[in-house]
Design a protein around this ligand. Structure first.
Ligand code: ADP
Ligand code: MG
Length: 588
């Protein structure tokens, strides 16, 4: 046991004198109440500790004790479906209390265990030892894995039966001949990435059901995306919408430093939501970690590591996991506050110089992998960034941009016009898109990459032409350019706009997106040909098909895709009525 005595304390940071061999990142308990903290710096006879709970009342001389172990969380099957604080202590149910987290232990839950190994088998770290299902049947089946740092020959394994989360399930003889006890839960240090057999290139898309994302700015499974946007531009609603609809097996939702009411959607609404796929409660495959702005700042700093460790735990079971962090800016602010208390030399905007390294370490843990036991698993990470006054040149935005491959920029003007999701198609990008074309091709859209590029080019043209139109007047533009503007508006209203609250349109399957995209492209081709042949843009704009295309997302839901055939037919009929067989305009 390592011992130290407080010398100096300031808010969440203290320095303590010691001669014992503390290590960096060691978890410590401070004072008579045993407040949890972590060693963040060591000098000659002194350690610096950040406190994860309120340290009011602590005084110089009070004891600091450590056991040489890094800050760790307890991982087990009972995590799924629960709400925790930043250090994975429950915050669920009636007793939810933002001011005094950590007082409650998880209720002991019973699981039905089915062994998947027998005595004599050699099991290595990450191998499944058995599967469990909540005894009350409310919840997903999960695997129990040998912790990554254990291995050995099975001496004994628990027979199929009900056990609680504290149960011992197996005994191994390791290569030193020592007996190792394997329990249903194990501890893992949050700042250490869980090991995998191999990392893979990012792979098929993580489908979000949001057209502007899946079609224009798709994220691959194992990929990483950032959502920068000023206050009220829709970051939280977007991340919540993705949490509800994306095709991940497990969702880890990390509310980081936002005010409690910002998290109300997740904390109050999600527990009541039904999973659109299974019809079961959505929470059964979700973990919520909430470190709201009134909770201790150092715990917020730790919460992103807690979240990603939990996500890796599920990835290691061979699952597709998605993690949403809202907002990584508040996490960076926590880093800044602790750094300030330490008297470190501030970098840009007061953030410590290691902000960039920390962001890199966090996003690096997004991954598609072969797990230690040879399964495919993925962890996709999406982080909101809240730049003060929407200034995307501030450090957190700039530094995050270096490490993510997908940039989903929320635009204030769009949000003000209530155009949702307010993702700006001009500044946003996806570096995963090229590698996903093959997947869309298999889904029945061989021209996906070309069509996508065409929409992006059209939207860029729109920006340029609108600028010209503001100077010259719209009527001064030649018909071809006016048609471009008409088509771009149609793409915006008929495709990119998608209300999170429309029952038919809050989620669009890939097939629906493919049908809509194909219709828009066909419209553009027919309209261009018609204008080339002398037809006026106004006549095209007045066709009934225009209005139908603008509203097709809301009119046709995923279960009635055959209704797109009607629109195909209407489009052809409209254009053949307008344009004669010789390609000349018909007189009305
Ligand atoms: N996709 C959307 N569909 C409908 N309304 C939205 C959407 N996104 C945002 N909004 C509206 O904008 C408001 C602010 O969004 P929010 O996500 O809380 O912003 P932020 O987290 O960026 O501060 C929401 O309360 C909602 O009324
Ligand atoms: Mg928000």
């Amino acid at each position: 046991m390592n011992q130290a005595a407080i010398r100096w304390i300031s808010g969440p940071v203290l320095r303590a004198v010691t001669r014992d061999p503390f290590t960096i990142q060691e978890a410590v308990l401070v004072g008579g109440k045993g407040i949890l903290g972590e060693v963040i710096r060591m000098q000659e006879d002194e350690i610096t500790v950040q406190l994860f709970e309120d340290g009011t009342g602590l005084r110089p001389g009070d004891p600091v004790t450590g056991h040489g172990l890094p800050l760790s969380v307890r991982l087990g099957p009972d995590i799924l479906g629960n709400i925790f604080d930043g250090l994975l202590r429950t915050l669920g149910g009636e007793e939810r209390d933002f001011l005094r987290p950590g007082q409650m232990a998880l209720p002991v839950v019973h699981f039905h265990f089915t062994p998947l190994a027998e005595p004599g088998r050699i099991l290595k770290g990450g191998d499944p030892l058995g599967s469990v299902q909540p005894a009350n049947k409310a919840g997903k089946e999960q695997l129990i894995l040998i912790p990554p740092d254990r291995a050995g020959e099975v001496l004994w394994i628990a027979p199929a039966a009900e056990y609680d989360t504290n149960a011992t399930l197996c005994q191994l003889r390791d290569h030193h001949g020592q007996t190792q006890t394997i329990t249903m839960c194990h501890f893992w240090p949050v700042r250490r990435p869980r090991p995998v057999a191999r990392r893979l290139p990012v792979g098929p898309p993580l489908l979000t059901g949001q057209r502007v994302l899946d079609t224009l700015f798709p994220v691959a499974r194992g990929g990483k995306a950032m959502v920068p946007g000023g206050f009220g531009t829709g970051k939280t609603v977007l991340l919540e919408t993705i949490a509800k609809w994306c095709d991940a097996d497990v969702i880890v939702y990390l509310g980081c430093g936002e005010r409690g009411n910002e998290m109300a959607g997740v904390l109050d609404e999600f527990p009541k939501l039904e999973d659109p796929r299974s019809g079961r409660p959505l929470m059964e495959r979700m973990v919520v970690i909430a470190n709201t702005s009134n909770m201790p700042v150092a715990a917020r700093e730790a919460s992103v590591y807690t979240g990603i460790t939990v996500a890796e735990y599920f990835r290691d079971q061979g699952l597709k996991v998605a993690l949403m962090a809202d907002s990584t800016s508040r996490w960076a602010e926590a880093l800044r506050e602790v750094s300030g208390r330490l008297g470190e030399l501030p970098g840009e905007a007061g953030y410590p110089a290691y902000l960039s390294t920390r962001l890199a370490e966090f996003y690096e843990r997004a991954s598609r992998v072969i797990t230690l036991s040879g399964k495919n698993g993925s962890l996709t990470v999406m982080g909101a960034v809240s730049p003060p006054s929407s200034d995307f040149s501030e450090p957190v935005t700039i530094q995050t941009k270096r490490y993510v491959r997908n940039f989903w920029a929320l635009d204030r003007k769009r949000a003000q016009a209530r155009f949702y999701p307010a993702i700006d198609p001009i500044t946003s990008y996806s570096e995963d898109a090229d590698s996903l074309a093959a997947w869309w091709s298999q889904e029945g859209a061989p021209a996906w990459a070309i069509q996508r590029r065409r929409l992006l080019t059209l939207l860029e043209e729109q920006t340029r032409l609108e600028r010209m139109a503001r100077i010259l007047g719209k009527d001064a533009l030649p018909p071809g350019q006016r048609l471009t503007l008409l088509c771009a508006e149609l793409v915006n209203d008929g495709f990119l706009r998608q209300s999170a609250f429309s029952v038919k349109d809050r989620h669009a399957s890939p097939r629906k997106q493919i049908r809509m995209l194909a219709l828009l492209i066909r419209f553009m081709e027919r309209a261009e040909a018609a204008v080339t042949n002398g037809l006026s843009v106004e006549r095209i704009a007045a066709q009934p098909i225009m209005r139908r295309l603008q509203r097709m997302g809301e009119e046709i839901d995923d279960t009635e895709l055959e209704r797109f055939d009607e629109l195909d037919a209407l489009l052809e009929a409209d254009f053949s009525a307008l344009v004669g067989t010789d390609g000349q305009e018909q007189q009305p």
